[in-house]
Design a protein around this ligand. Structure first.
Ligand code: GCO
Length: 472
């Protein structure tokens, strides 16, 4: 690898990151907070979903999770020990507005005041996500994201949260992975609210994007100049065997990547996606005049969540409805992973991240931040230690992949490991551990894993080893 940028120079042993590169770890409210019934919090769609028999692995729920609601001071101390420069977390909308509209619960806001103050006291920059999937159940009772009104409710909640915390928090993300909210929530139904209605899922996707744009407009109006507004998307990095499969790849790229990138970039919804999904009925009827301008409201950076590549091929029958997360798509077959997989069965492919970043540099034209990247493996605590070699390799390999993209000229500003803590992995409950810190759910004891110690060393050196997994 050659580079002319001294900041990313390939040293003998180390690949150095730019001097102001932001290092962090990420979590989400429902996955770690627990305390779902305290201080006036209203129910969210994930409380309802988790209480639905068969929806979540072994009936696991959001309690106690990591009991972070009560243990946040110790957790922030842990972040400081790891040397994190930033912490990405989400606000629980139903803590702040128990029914998603109107009345604000001061005890909910007070929790985030305490958390933010604790972070700032330790010199850790808070990066707030406004929506990481815990929609107030009262809004779902009115149709949730299928209802246009939810976009306006979201914008109001965003603005009031931003007004309250904006004196201390500069970094604001509207939505985390709207693709998941729309398609896992309303098409395949494997996530809350568990609806199976492909046409409605596309309408939900539009309302999510509208909510994003409205929120950006309101926050921008009230934000000081140094605030940065963003959205976080989970892109699929497509892998095909040969060119004859490119049309299948185009369809999936359309529905997962361009459906979001194009309207954010002011290009409206991609024509081919609209055509590919027309058989479901005209979901674009929900797009009103002016909506696309709202969605294209300028943002400051884009968050990139990457875990694994997606393998696709053309289905033998071009009209066969595709399974998996895309019941609204025809003619695509999703292939099983190949080679090395994580404990969750997800294919490991760091190169997919380098390629994805290069593509986004071309197509997005905004600074990028890796807002999630990580792996689940079944860890064991032995003699008070978790030696997670597999997760450590995944981490270092992906950091080298990020470094390679930066050295090739991609504007990547930061990296957040998913996740700080083992936590509630949605439909998989507590069965999948993504943390760089192990959580014993019975005792709530935290143990920094080998991967966490490696990340701390990487942060300390602002570099990854060029080869191997140990810092010199
Ligand atoms: C996401 C999810 C995370 C998951 C992680 C692993 O943003 O992708 O929100 O909450 O836990 O992706 O599946």
């Amino acid at each position: 690898m050659t580079t002319t940028d001294p900041d990313t120079e390939v040293g003998r042993d180390l690949l150095r990151f730019p001097p102001d590169f932001l290092w962090g770890a990420a979590t989400a409210s429902f996955q770690i907070e627990g305390a779902t019934g305290v201080d006036g919090r209203g129910p969210s769609i994930w409380d309802t979903f988790a209480a639905t028999p068969g929806a979540v692995h072994e009936g696991h729920t959001g309690d106690p999770a990591c009991d972070h609601y009560h243990r946040y001071p110790a957790d922030v101390e842990l972040m400081a020990e790891l040397g994190l420069g930033a912490y990405r977390f989400s606000l629980a909308w139903p803590r702040i507005q128990p029914v998603g509209a109107g009345r604000v619960e001061p005890r909910g806001l007070a929790f985030y005041d305490r958390l933010v103050d604790e972070l700032l006291g330790r010199g850790i920059q808070p990066v707030v996500t406004l929506y990481h999937w815990d929609l107030p159940q009262a809004l779902e009772d009115n149709g949730g994201w299928r209802n246009r009104d939810t976009a306006y409710r979201f914008a109001e909640y965003a603005a009031l949260s931003h007004e309250h915390l904006g004196d201390r928090v500069r970094q604001w993300t509207t939505l985390n992975e709207p693709w998941c909210s729309a398609f896992l929530g309303y098409a395949s139904g494997i996530h809350a609210p568990g609806v199976v209605d492909p046409k409605a899922s596309l309408e939900a996707a539009h309302h999510l994007m509208l909510g994003h744009g409205l929120a950006v407009q309101l926050m921008r109006d009230q934000a000081p100049d140094d605030h940065e507004l963003s959205i976080v998307l989970n892109f699929c990095a497509l892998a095909v065997d040969d060119d004859s499969q490119l049309d299948a790849a185009r369809k999936v790229d359309g529905l997962q990547n361009r459906l979001f990138l194009d309207p954010l970039g002011g290009r409206g919804y991609p024509r081919d996606v609209v055509e590919d999904t027309a058989w479901l009925g005209d979901w674009t009827a929900v797009v009103r005049d002016g909506d696309l301008d709202v969605i294209a409201a300028p943002i400051d950076w884009m968050g990139v969540n990457y875990y694994s590549p997606t393998r696709v091929a053309a289905a033998a029958d071009p009209l066969a409805v595709s399974g998996g997360p895309f019941p609204g798509l025809r003619g695509v077959e999703f292939l099983p992973p190949r080679g090395e997989v994580t404990g969750f069965g997800w294919e490991v492919d760091a190169r997919g991240l380098t390629d994805l970043l290069a593509r986004l540099q071309r197509d997005v034209g905004l600074p990028l931040v890796i807002t999630e990247n990580g792996s689940a493996f079944p860890d064991v605590v032995r003699d008070g230690e978790v030696v997670d070699e597999d997760r450590t390799r995944y981490l270092v390999d992906h950091l080298r992949a990020v470094h390679e993209a930066i050295a090739a000229g991609v504007d990547v500003r930061g990296y957040f490991a998913w996740s700080l803590l083992d936590n509630f992995e949605w439909a998989a409950g507590y069965s999948q551990r993504f943390g760089i810190v192990h959580v014993d759910y019975d005792t709530q004891v935290r143990t920094v894993k080998r991967s966490g110690r490696t990340l701390a060393e990487v942060i300390g050196a602002n570099a990854v080893p060029a080869t191997g997994y140990d810092l010199p």
